[in-house]
Write a protein that binds this ligand. Structure first.
Ligand code: BG6
Length: 527
Protein backbone atom coordinates (compact mmCIF):
# COMPACT_ATOMS: atom_id res chain seq x y z
CA UNK A 1 0.00 0.00 0.00
CA UNK A 2 1.60 3.30 -0.93
CA UNK A 3 2.20 5.16 2.29
CA UNK A 4 1.36 8.79 2.14
CA UNK A 5 3.51 10.93 4.34
CA UNK A 6 1.15 13.10 6.33
CA UNK A 7 2.37 16.29 7.87
CA UNK A 8 3.53 15.74 11.44
CA UNK A 9 0.60 15.91 13.81
CA UNK A 10 1.03 18.60 16.46
CA UNK A 11 1.28 15.93 19.15
CA UNK A 12 4.18 14.33 17.34
CA UNK A 13 6.30 17.43 17.16
CA UNK A 14 9.23 17.53 19.43
CA UNK A 15 8.43 19.25 22.67
CA UNK A 16 4.71 18.47 22.57
CA UNK A 17 3.24 16.80 25.63
CA UNK A 18 3.55 13.02 25.49
CA UNK A 19 6.49 12.95 23.08
CA UNK A 20 9.52 11.17 24.39
CA UNK A 21 12.43 13.63 24.66
CA UNK A 22 14.85 10.69 24.31
CA UNK A 23 13.90 10.42 20.64
CA UNK A 24 15.97 13.48 19.74
CA UNK A 25 13.42 14.47 17.16
CA UNK A 26 13.48 11.14 15.28
CA UNK A 27 10.35 9.88 13.56
CA UNK A 28 8.44 13.11 13.28
CA UNK A 29 5.81 11.56 11.02
CA UNK A 30 4.28 9.64 13.91
CA UNK A 31 0.54 9.76 13.74
CA UNK A 32 -0.54 8.98 17.29
CA UNK A 33 1.10 8.05 20.55
CA UNK A 34 -0.48 5.68 23.03
CA UNK A 35 -1.78 7.22 26.26
CA UNK A 36 0.26 6.68 29.41
CA UNK A 37 -0.86 3.25 30.64
CA UNK A 38 0.00 -0.01 32.36
CA UNK A 39 0.04 -3.16 30.25
CA UNK A 40 -0.43 -6.25 32.41
CA UNK A 41 0.78 -9.32 30.59
CA UNK A 42 -0.44 -12.77 31.61
CA UNK A 43 1.77 -15.39 29.98
CA UNK A 44 4.87 -13.20 29.78
CA UNK A 45 7.13 -16.27 30.05
CA UNK A 46 5.46 -17.99 27.09
CA UNK A 47 6.85 -18.34 23.56
CA UNK A 48 4.56 -15.75 22.01
CA UNK A 49 5.60 -13.11 24.52
CA UNK A 50 9.29 -13.89 24.16
CA UNK A 51 9.39 -14.06 20.37
CA UNK A 52 6.78 -11.50 19.37
CA UNK A 53 5.14 -9.37 22.08
CA UNK A 54 8.18 -8.20 24.03
CA UNK A 55 10.31 -7.35 20.97
CA UNK A 56 7.29 -5.47 19.56
CA UNK A 57 6.94 -3.44 22.77
CA UNK A 58 10.60 -2.46 22.61
CA UNK A 59 10.24 -1.51 18.93
CA UNK A 60 7.19 0.62 19.70
CA UNK A 61 9.08 2.40 22.47
CA UNK A 62 12.03 2.90 20.17
CA UNK A 63 9.79 4.36 17.47
CA UNK A 64 8.41 6.81 19.99
CA UNK A 65 4.91 5.37 19.85
CA UNK A 66 4.61 4.63 23.56
CA UNK A 67 4.33 7.28 26.19
CA UNK A 68 7.48 7.72 28.33
CA UNK A 69 5.24 6.63 31.25
CA UNK A 70 4.33 3.30 29.64
CA UNK A 71 4.69 0.51 32.20
CA UNK A 72 4.70 -3.25 31.81
CA UNK A 73 3.67 -5.66 34.55
CA UNK A 74 4.53 -9.31 33.99
CA UNK A 75 2.52 -11.99 35.71
CA UNK A 76 3.86 -15.53 35.93
CA UNK A 77 4.71 -18.58 37.94
CA UNK A 78 8.43 -17.83 38.37
CA UNK A 79 10.25 -16.81 41.51
CA UNK A 80 11.29 -13.56 39.94
CA UNK A 81 11.92 -10.06 41.16
CA UNK A 82 11.53 -7.01 38.92
CA UNK A 83 15.17 -7.22 37.83
CA UNK A 84 14.80 -10.83 36.74
CA UNK A 85 11.94 -9.80 34.53
CA UNK A 86 13.94 -6.87 33.13
CA UNK A 87 16.77 -9.22 32.28
CA UNK A 88 14.36 -11.61 30.54
CA UNK A 89 12.65 -8.84 28.57
CA UNK A 90 16.04 -7.40 27.59
CA UNK A 91 17.14 -10.77 26.19
CA UNK A 92 13.86 -11.10 24.29
CA UNK A 93 14.08 -7.57 22.90
CA UNK A 94 17.75 -7.80 21.97
CA UNK A 95 17.24 -11.01 20.04
CA UNK A 96 13.85 -10.27 18.50
CA UNK A 97 13.56 -6.51 18.01
CA UNK A 98 13.57 -5.02 14.53
CA UNK A 99 14.96 -1.60 15.44
CA UNK A 100 18.45 -0.81 16.75
CA UNK A 101 19.33 -1.14 20.41
CA UNK A 102 19.21 2.22 22.19
CA UNK A 103 20.32 2.02 25.81
CA UNK A 104 18.47 5.20 26.85
CA UNK A 105 15.16 3.92 25.45
CA UNK A 106 15.70 0.58 27.13
CA UNK A 107 16.47 2.20 30.51
CA UNK A 108 13.28 4.22 30.32
CA UNK A 109 11.20 1.19 29.43
CA UNK A 110 12.87 -1.02 32.04
CA UNK A 111 12.20 1.53 34.79
CA UNK A 112 8.47 0.89 34.31
CA UNK A 113 8.69 -2.91 34.56
CA UNK A 114 7.35 -4.91 37.50
CA UNK A 115 6.89 -8.62 38.05
CA UNK A 116 4.14 -10.15 40.16
CA UNK A 117 4.66 -13.77 41.11
CA UNK A 118 1.59 -15.99 40.92
CA UNK A 119 1.51 -19.47 42.51
CA UNK A 120 -1.29 -20.20 40.13
CA UNK A 121 -3.91 -18.21 38.22
CA UNK A 122 -6.22 -19.00 41.16
CA UNK A 123 -3.93 -17.34 43.68
CA UNK A 124 -6.28 -14.66 45.13
CA UNK A 125 -3.58 -12.90 47.12
CA UNK A 126 -1.53 -12.43 43.94
CA UNK A 127 -4.35 -10.45 42.30
CA UNK A 128 -4.38 -8.15 45.32
CA UNK A 129 -0.63 -7.73 44.98
CA UNK A 130 -1.15 -7.00 41.27
CA UNK A 131 -3.71 -4.32 42.09
CA UNK A 132 -1.24 -2.68 44.49
CA UNK A 133 1.55 -2.73 41.89
CA UNK A 134 -0.71 -1.15 39.27
CA UNK A 135 -1.81 1.53 41.74
CA UNK A 136 1.83 2.22 42.61
CA UNK A 137 2.65 2.68 38.91
CA UNK A 138 -0.23 5.12 38.51
CA UNK A 139 1.39 7.14 41.31
CA UNK A 140 5.06 6.83 40.43
CA UNK A 141 4.89 6.78 36.60
CA UNK A 142 1.78 8.82 35.89
CA UNK A 143 -0.08 6.06 34.07
CA UNK A 144 -3.38 7.81 34.85
CA UNK A 145 -5.39 4.69 35.72
CA UNK A 146 -5.30 3.44 32.10
CA UNK A 147 -4.75 -0.30 31.95
CA UNK A 148 -4.79 -3.12 29.44
CA UNK A 149 -4.71 -6.81 30.29
CA UNK A 150 -3.03 -9.00 27.70
CA UNK A 151 -4.16 -12.60 28.14
CA UNK A 152 -1.58 -14.70 26.31
CA UNK A 153 -2.61 -17.84 28.18
CA UNK A 154 -4.60 -20.99 27.32
CA UNK A 155 -8.29 -20.07 27.20
CA UNK A 156 -9.02 -22.77 29.78
CA UNK A 157 -7.67 -20.27 32.32
CA UNK A 158 -9.86 -17.37 31.22
CA UNK A 159 -12.68 -18.00 33.72
CA UNK A 160 -10.33 -18.11 36.71
CA UNK A 161 -8.34 -15.08 35.56
CA UNK A 162 -11.13 -12.78 34.40
CA UNK A 163 -13.20 -13.44 37.52
CA UNK A 164 -10.29 -12.58 39.80
CA UNK A 165 -9.21 -9.53 37.82
CA UNK A 166 -12.76 -8.24 38.23
CA UNK A 167 -12.86 -9.07 41.95
CA UNK A 168 -9.58 -7.24 42.57
CA UNK A 169 -11.23 -4.00 41.43
CA UNK A 170 -8.69 -3.60 38.61
CA UNK A 171 -11.44 -3.37 36.01
CA UNK A 172 -13.73 -1.01 37.92
CA UNK A 173 -14.78 1.99 35.87
CA UNK A 174 -12.92 5.16 36.69
CA UNK A 175 -13.75 8.58 35.33
CA UNK A 176 -11.37 9.62 32.57
CA UNK A 177 -9.38 6.40 32.30
CA UNK A 178 -9.77 3.24 30.25
CA UNK A 179 -9.62 -0.52 30.82
CA UNK A 180 -9.09 -2.97 27.98
CA UNK A 181 -8.63 -6.71 27.52
CA UNK A 182 -6.53 -8.15 24.71
CA UNK A 183 -7.02 -11.84 23.99
CA UNK A 184 -5.17 -14.23 21.76
CA UNK A 185 -6.71 -17.03 19.78
CA UNK A 186 -7.96 -19.72 19.97
CA UNK A 187 -11.29 -17.97 20.48
CA UNK A 188 -12.96 -21.16 21.63
CA UNK A 189 -12.86 -24.68 20.28
CA UNK A 190 -16.09 -24.48 18.34
CA UNK A 191 -19.05 -22.13 18.00
CA UNK A 192 -20.60 -22.96 21.37
CA UNK A 193 -17.37 -22.58 23.36
CA UNK A 194 -16.52 -19.34 21.54
CA UNK A 195 -19.86 -17.95 22.67
CA UNK A 196 -19.18 -19.04 26.26
CA UNK A 197 -15.77 -17.42 26.15
CA UNK A 198 -17.25 -14.20 24.87
CA UNK A 199 -19.88 -14.20 27.57
CA UNK A 200 -17.18 -14.67 30.18
CA UNK A 201 -15.02 -11.81 28.92
CA UNK A 202 -18.18 -9.72 28.58
CA UNK A 203 -18.71 -9.99 32.32
CA UNK A 204 -15.68 -7.86 33.07
CA UNK A 205 -15.35 -5.58 30.08
CA UNK A 206 -17.58 -3.80 27.57
CA UNK A 207 -17.63 -5.35 24.08
CA UNK A 208 -15.83 -2.35 22.61
CA UNK A 209 -12.98 -2.79 25.06
CA UNK A 210 -12.18 -6.38 24.02
CA UNK A 211 -9.42 -6.68 21.41
CA UNK A 212 -9.20 -10.12 19.79
CA UNK A 213 -5.84 -10.61 18.14
CA UNK A 214 -5.66 -12.22 14.72
CA UNK A 215 -2.09 -11.30 13.93
CA UNK A 216 -2.65 -11.69 10.17
CA UNK A 217 -4.72 -8.51 10.24
CA UNK A 218 -1.67 -6.66 11.58
CA UNK A 219 0.38 -7.57 8.50
CA UNK A 220 0.89 -4.77 5.97
CA UNK A 221 0.20 -7.10 3.04
CA UNK A 222 -3.13 -8.11 4.52
CA UNK A 223 -4.21 -4.51 5.04
CA UNK A 224 -3.08 -3.88 1.49
CA UNK A 225 -5.85 -6.15 0.18
CA UNK A 226 -8.30 -3.34 0.93
CA UNK A 227 -6.01 -0.74 -0.67
CA UNK A 228 -5.61 -2.80 -3.83
CA UNK A 229 -9.31 -3.40 -4.15
CA UNK A 230 -10.78 -0.09 -3.10
CA UNK A 231 -8.14 2.51 -3.97
CA UNK A 232 -7.78 1.41 -7.61
CA UNK A 233 -10.06 1.49 -10.61
CA UNK A 234 -8.57 -1.45 -12.47
CA UNK A 235 -9.42 -4.47 -10.39
CA UNK A 236 -12.87 -4.03 -8.89
CA UNK A 237 -14.82 -4.25 -12.19
CA UNK A 238 -13.30 -7.72 -12.75
CA UNK A 239 -13.61 -8.91 -9.15
CA UNK A 240 -16.71 -11.07 -9.52
CA UNK A 241 -18.16 -14.28 -10.95
CA UNK A 242 -18.25 -12.91 -14.48
CA UNK A 243 -14.48 -12.81 -14.71
CA UNK A 244 -13.06 -14.80 -11.80
CA UNK A 245 -12.74 -18.55 -12.28
CA UNK A 246 -11.72 -19.39 -8.72
CA UNK A 247 -9.66 -18.16 -5.77
CA UNK A 248 -6.89 -20.07 -3.97
CA UNK A 249 -5.83 -19.02 -0.48
CA UNK A 250 -2.69 -20.77 0.73
CA UNK A 251 -0.86 -20.66 4.03
CA UNK A 252 2.03 -23.10 3.72
CA UNK A 253 4.71 -23.49 6.37
CA UNK A 254 7.89 -25.50 6.00
CA UNK A 255 8.28 -26.00 9.76
CA UNK A 256 6.73 -28.72 11.91
CA UNK A 257 4.96 -28.11 15.21
CA UNK A 258 8.23 -27.60 17.09
CA UNK A 259 7.70 -27.69 20.84
CA UNK A 260 4.01 -26.78 20.66
CA UNK A 261 2.51 -30.29 20.79
CA UNK A 262 0.59 -29.47 23.98
CA UNK A 263 -1.31 -26.76 22.16
CA UNK A 264 -1.35 -28.10 18.63
CA UNK A 265 -2.42 -31.68 19.28
CA UNK A 266 -5.72 -30.50 20.74
CA UNK A 267 -6.28 -28.05 17.89
CA UNK A 268 -5.06 -29.06 14.43
CA UNK A 269 -4.63 -26.98 11.32
CA UNK A 270 -8.26 -25.99 10.70
CA UNK A 271 -8.79 -24.56 14.17
CA UNK A 272 -5.27 -23.14 14.37
CA UNK A 273 -5.26 -21.04 11.22
CA UNK A 274 -8.30 -21.57 8.96
CA UNK A 275 -10.85 -20.46 11.55
CA UNK A 276 -9.03 -17.16 11.88
CA UNK A 277 -6.25 -16.20 9.44
CA UNK A 278 -7.55 -17.86 6.27
CA UNK A 279 -11.20 -16.95 6.73
CA UNK A 280 -10.15 -13.37 7.42
CA UNK A 281 -8.18 -13.38 4.16
CA UNK A 282 -11.24 -14.76 2.39
CA UNK A 283 -13.44 -12.08 3.94
CA UNK A 284 -11.11 -9.24 2.89
CA UNK A 285 -10.78 -10.66 -0.62
CA UNK A 286 -14.49 -11.21 -1.18
CA UNK A 287 -16.27 -8.48 0.81
CA UNK A 288 -18.10 -5.51 -0.65
CA UNK A 289 -16.67 -2.01 -0.38
CA UNK A 290 -17.11 -0.63 3.15
CA UNK A 291 -18.56 2.86 3.58
CA UNK A 292 -15.33 3.88 5.34
CA UNK A 293 -12.32 2.26 6.98
CA UNK A 294 -13.94 2.61 10.42
CA UNK A 295 -14.12 -0.62 12.44
CA UNK A 296 -17.89 -0.93 12.27
CA UNK A 297 -18.00 -0.38 8.51
CA UNK A 298 -15.26 -2.89 7.68
CA UNK A 299 -16.59 -5.48 10.11
CA UNK A 300 -20.11 -5.19 8.72
CA UNK A 301 -18.88 -6.13 5.23
CA UNK A 302 -16.70 -8.96 6.50
CA UNK A 303 -19.64 -10.35 8.46
CA UNK A 304 -21.92 -10.27 5.44
CA UNK A 305 -19.52 -12.26 3.34
CA UNK A 306 -18.73 -14.79 6.09
CA UNK A 307 -22.46 -15.28 6.59
CA UNK A 308 -22.81 -16.04 2.87
CA UNK A 309 -20.14 -18.78 2.83
CA UNK A 310 -21.51 -22.26 2.14
CA UNK A 311 -19.90 -25.69 2.17
CA UNK A 312 -22.15 -27.05 -0.56
CA UNK A 313 -20.70 -27.80 -3.97
CA UNK A 314 -23.27 -26.79 -6.56
CA UNK A 315 -25.95 -27.06 -3.89
CA UNK A 316 -24.94 -30.52 -2.61
CA UNK A 317 -23.27 -31.00 0.77
CA UNK A 318 -20.70 -33.79 0.69
CA UNK A 319 -17.72 -32.99 2.87
CA UNK A 320 -15.78 -36.00 1.59
CA UNK A 321 -15.66 -34.26 -1.76
CA UNK A 322 -15.01 -30.71 -0.58
CA UNK A 323 -12.54 -31.10 2.28
CA UNK A 324 -9.19 -32.84 2.73
CA UNK A 325 -6.82 -33.26 5.62
CA UNK A 326 -3.41 -34.71 6.18
CA UNK A 327 -0.64 -35.29 8.68
CA UNK A 328 3.06 -35.12 7.94
CA UNK A 329 4.94 -38.38 8.07
CA UNK A 330 8.65 -38.81 8.72
CA UNK A 331 11.16 -38.16 5.98
CA UNK A 332 13.54 -35.47 4.87
CA UNK A 333 13.18 -31.76 4.54
CA UNK A 334 15.90 -29.49 3.26
CA UNK A 335 18.18 -32.54 3.17
CA UNK A 336 17.71 -33.24 6.88
CA UNK A 337 15.78 -36.09 8.48
CA UNK A 338 12.58 -34.95 10.20
CA UNK A 339 10.20 -36.73 12.55
CA UNK A 340 6.67 -37.54 11.54
CA UNK A 341 3.86 -35.81 13.43
CA UNK A 342 3.05 -38.91 15.51
CA UNK A 343 6.67 -39.12 16.65
CA UNK A 344 6.80 -35.48 17.77
CA UNK A 345 7.35 -35.10 21.52
CA UNK A 346 4.04 -34.65 23.34
CA UNK A 347 1.75 -35.89 20.56
CA UNK A 348 -0.70 -38.60 21.66
CA UNK A 349 0.17 -41.94 19.97
CA UNK A 350 -3.43 -42.33 18.80
CA UNK A 351 -3.72 -38.66 17.75
CA UNK A 352 -5.96 -37.88 14.78
CA UNK A 353 -5.01 -34.23 14.64
CA UNK A 354 -4.47 -32.84 11.15
CA UNK A 355 -1.40 -30.80 10.25
CA UNK A 356 -2.86 -29.98 6.83
CA UNK A 357 -6.38 -28.92 5.95
CA UNK A 358 -8.02 -27.91 2.69
CA UNK A 359 -11.57 -26.71 2.07
CA UNK A 360 -13.62 -25.82 -0.96
CA UNK A 361 -16.09 -23.05 -0.15
CA UNK A 362 -18.58 -21.07 -2.15
CA UNK A 363 -20.07 -17.68 -1.43
CA UNK A 364 -23.79 -17.52 -2.01
CA UNK A 365 -24.24 -13.98 -3.25
CA UNK A 366 -24.57 -12.16 -6.55
CA UNK A 367 -20.89 -11.29 -6.81
CA UNK A 368 -19.50 -14.77 -6.18
CA UNK A 369 -22.15 -17.37 -7.05
CA UNK A 370 -20.45 -20.42 -8.56
CA UNK A 371 -16.85 -19.30 -7.87
CA UNK A 372 -15.02 -21.79 -5.65
CA UNK A 373 -12.72 -20.47 -2.95
CA UNK A 374 -10.10 -23.11 -2.15
CA UNK A 375 -8.35 -22.73 1.21
CA UNK A 376 -5.34 -24.78 2.30
CA UNK A 377 -2.98 -24.62 5.24
CA UNK A 378 -0.30 -27.00 6.37
CA UNK A 379 2.95 -27.59 8.18
CA UNK A 380 6.10 -29.21 6.73
CA UNK A 381 5.14 -28.30 3.20
CA UNK A 382 7.54 -27.58 0.35
CA UNK A 383 8.11 -23.96 1.31
CA UNK A 384 6.83 -21.13 3.45
CA UNK A 385 4.36 -19.08 1.48
CA UNK A 386 1.09 -17.30 2.23
CA UNK A 387 -0.80 -15.91 -0.73
CA UNK A 388 -4.21 -15.17 -2.16
CA UNK A 389 -4.42 -16.03 -5.86
CA UNK A 390 -7.37 -14.73 -7.83
CA UNK A 391 -7.46 -16.80 -11.01
CA UNK A 392 -9.42 -15.33 -13.93
CA UNK A 393 -11.47 -17.11 -16.59
CA UNK A 394 -10.07 -17.79 -20.04
CA UNK A 395 -10.99 -15.15 -22.63
CA UNK A 396 -14.24 -16.13 -24.37
CA UNK A 397 -12.45 -16.19 -27.71
CA UNK A 398 -8.77 -16.33 -28.75
CA UNK A 399 -7.97 -15.14 -32.29
CA UNK A 400 -4.70 -17.13 -32.32
CA UNK A 401 -3.78 -20.59 -33.47
CA UNK A 402 -4.01 -23.30 -30.85
CA UNK A 403 -0.25 -23.84 -31.22
CA UNK A 404 0.34 -20.17 -30.34
CA UNK A 405 -1.66 -20.40 -27.10
CA UNK A 406 -0.65 -23.93 -26.07
CA UNK A 407 1.55 -22.71 -23.24
CA UNK A 408 -0.89 -20.15 -21.83
CA UNK A 409 -2.23 -20.31 -18.31
CA UNK A 410 -4.89 -18.08 -16.81
CA UNK A 411 -4.58 -14.42 -15.86
CA UNK A 412 -3.92 -14.37 -12.14
CA UNK A 413 -3.46 -11.73 -9.46
CA UNK A 414 -1.37 -13.09 -6.63
CA UNK A 415 -1.39 -11.15 -3.38
CA UNK A 416 1.89 -12.25 -1.84
CA UNK A 417 1.24 -11.99 1.88
CA UNK A 418 4.64 -13.44 2.86
CA UNK A 419 7.53 -13.87 2.41
CA UNK A 420 8.64 -11.75 -0.57
CA UNK A 421 5.73 -9.40 0.14
CA UNK A 422 4.08 -7.85 -2.89
CA UNK A 423 1.69 -8.47 -5.75
CA UNK A 424 2.16 -10.41 -8.98
CA UNK A 425 0.06 -10.08 -12.10
CA UNK A 426 0.28 -13.05 -14.49
CA UNK A 427 -0.67 -12.17 -18.02
CA UNK A 428 -0.15 -13.38 -21.58
CA UNK A 429 2.57 -11.86 -23.74
CA UNK A 430 4.00 -12.46 -27.19
CA UNK A 431 7.31 -14.29 -27.18
CA UNK A 432 9.82 -12.19 -29.19
CA UNK A 433 10.36 -13.64 -32.65
CA UNK A 434 8.83 -13.88 -36.09
CA UNK A 435 5.91 -16.03 -35.06
CA UNK A 436 2.88 -15.31 -32.89
CA UNK A 437 3.63 -17.42 -29.86
CA UNK A 438 2.19 -16.56 -26.47
CA UNK A 439 3.45 -17.19 -23.00
CA UNK A 440 2.63 -16.15 -19.44
CA UNK A 441 4.73 -13.37 -17.95
CA UNK A 442 4.70 -11.66 -14.56
CA UNK A 443 4.46 -8.04 -13.51
CA UNK A 444 5.70 -7.63 -9.98
CA UNK A 445 5.27 -5.12 -7.23
CA UNK A 446 7.61 -5.82 -4.30
CA UNK A 447 7.57 -3.93 -1.03
CA UNK A 448 11.36 -4.01 -0.83
CA UNK A 449 11.77 -2.29 -4.21
CA UNK A 450 8.93 0.24 -3.86
CA UNK A 451 9.29 1.53 -0.32
CA UNK A 452 12.29 2.58 1.70
CA UNK A 453 10.67 1.96 5.03
CA UNK A 454 10.63 -1.54 6.45
CA UNK A 455 7.20 -2.90 7.36
CA UNK A 456 6.50 -3.00 11.08
CA UNK A 457 5.86 -6.39 12.60
CA UNK A 458 2.17 -7.29 12.88
CA UNK A 459 2.37 -7.26 16.68
CA UNK A 460 3.77 -3.74 16.78
CA UNK A 461 0.72 -2.50 14.94
CA UNK A 462 -1.72 -4.55 16.98
CA UNK A 463 -0.32 -3.75 20.42
CA UNK A 464 -0.23 -0.08 19.50
CA UNK A 465 -3.80 -0.15 18.17
CA UNK A 466 -5.06 -1.88 21.32
CA UNK A 467 -3.39 0.80 23.46
CA UNK A 468 -4.89 3.49 21.23
CA UNK A 469 -8.31 1.83 21.36
CA UNK A 470 -8.39 1.52 17.53
CA UNK A 471 -10.54 -1.47 16.65
CA UNK A 472 -10.48 -1.95 12.82
CA UNK A 473 -7.74 -4.59 12.83
CA UNK A 474 -9.37 -6.76 15.50
CA UNK A 475 -12.09 -9.23 14.52
CA UNK A 476 -15.39 -8.80 16.27
CA UNK A 477 -17.04 -11.67 18.13
CA UNK A 478 -19.63 -11.82 15.34
CA UNK A 479 -16.88 -12.64 12.83
CA UNK A 480 -15.48 -15.28 15.18
CA UNK A 481 -18.96 -16.76 15.52
CA UNK A 482 -19.57 -16.81 11.76
CA UNK A 483 -16.19 -18.44 11.15
CA UNK A 484 -17.03 -21.26 13.55
CA UNK A 485 -20.37 -21.63 11.81
CA UNK A 486 -18.40 -22.54 8.67
CA UNK A 487 -15.91 -24.81 10.37
CA UNK A 488 -17.99 -26.71 12.95
CA UNK A 489 -19.59 -29.16 10.46
CA UNK A 490 -16.20 -29.85 8.86
CA UNK A 491 -14.52 -30.62 12.14
CA UNK A 492 -17.43 -32.82 13.25
CA UNK A 493 -17.27 -34.67 9.96
CA UNK A 494 -13.54 -35.28 10.33
CA UNK A 495 -13.95 -36.43 13.93
CA UNK A 496 -16.21 -39.20 12.62
CA UNK A 497 -13.95 -40.16 9.71
CA UNK A 498 -10.80 -41.79 11.10
CA UNK A 499 -7.21 -40.60 10.85
CA UNK A 500 -5.87 -37.99 8.40
CA UNK A 501 -3.93 -39.09 5.35
CA UNK A 502 -0.13 -39.05 5.66
CA UNK A 503 1.91 -36.78 3.42
CA UNK A 504 5.59 -36.50 2.78
CA UNK A 505 7.46 -33.65 4.49
CA UNK A 506 8.58 -31.14 1.88
CA UNK A 507 5.66 -31.99 -0.42
CA UNK A 508 2.52 -29.97 -1.16
CA UNK A 509 0.26 -32.05 1.09
CA UNK A 510 -1.89 -35.18 0.91
CA UNK A 511 -3.19 -36.63 -2.35
CA UNK A 512 -6.74 -35.98 -1.13
CA UNK A 513 -6.12 -32.24 -1.45
CA UNK A 514 -5.02 -32.61 -5.07
CA UNK A 515 -8.05 -34.77 -5.82
CA UNK A 516 -10.27 -32.08 -4.32
CA UNK A 517 -9.23 -29.64 -7.04
CA UNK A 518 -8.94 -32.28 -9.75
CA UNK A 519 -12.64 -33.03 -9.25
CA UNK A 520 -13.31 -29.47 -10.41
CA UNK A 521 -10.83 -29.79 -13.30
CA UNK A 522 -8.32 -27.53 -11.56
CA UNK A 523 -5.01 -27.84 -9.74
CA UNK A 524 -3.30 -26.03 -6.89
CA UNK A 525 -0.70 -23.48 -7.78
CA UNK A 526 2.91 -24.69 -7.37
CA UNK A 527 2.10 -28.35 -7.03
C1 BG6 B 1 -0.12 -18.83 14.32
C2 BG6 B 1 -0.32 -20.32 14.39
O1 BG6 B 1 -1.35 -18.17 14.47
O2 BG6 B 1 0.45 -18.47 13.09
C3 BG6 B 1 0.98 -21.05 14.12
O3 BG6 B 1 -0.81 -20.68 15.67
C4 BG6 B 1 1.64 -20.56 12.86
O4 BG6 B 1 0.75 -22.46 14.06
C5 BG6 B 1 1.73 -19.03 12.87
O5 BG6 B 1 2.93 -21.12 12.77
C6 BG6 B 1 2.28 -18.50 11.57
O6 BG6 B 1 2.40 -17.11 11.64
P1 BG6 B 1 3.20 -16.31 10.53
O7 BG6 B 1 3.00 -14.89 10.89
O8 BG6 B 1 4.62 -16.78 10.63
O9 BG6 B 1 2.59 -16.70 9.23
Amino acid sequence: MPHSHPAPSPAAEQGSPGVNPLLDGRDLRLPRIADPCVLVMFGITGDLARHKLLPAIYDLANRGLLSPSFSLVGVGRRHWGDDDMRHYVEQAARSGARTPWRPAIWEQLAAGMRFVEFDSFEDNAAYEALARVVAELDESRGTLGNRAFYLSIPPGWFPAVTERIARSGLMDDAEGSWRRVVIEKPFGHDRASARELDELVGRIVRPDDVFRVDHYLGKETVQNILALRFANTMFEPLWNQRYVDHVQITMAEDIGIGTRAGYYDTIGSARDVIQNHLLQLLALTAMEEPTSMAAEAVRAEKEKVLAAVVLERDGVLDLDLTTARGRYGSGFQGGLPVRGYLEEKGVAPDSRTETYAALRLEIANRRWAGVPFYLRAGKRLARRVTEVAVVFKQPPFLPFTSAATAGLGANTIVLRIQPDEGITLRLASKVPGTQMELRDVSMDFGYGASFNEESPEAYERLILDALLGDAPLFPHQREVDLSWRILDPVIEHWAASGAPQDYRPGSWGPTGAHELLARDGRSWRRS
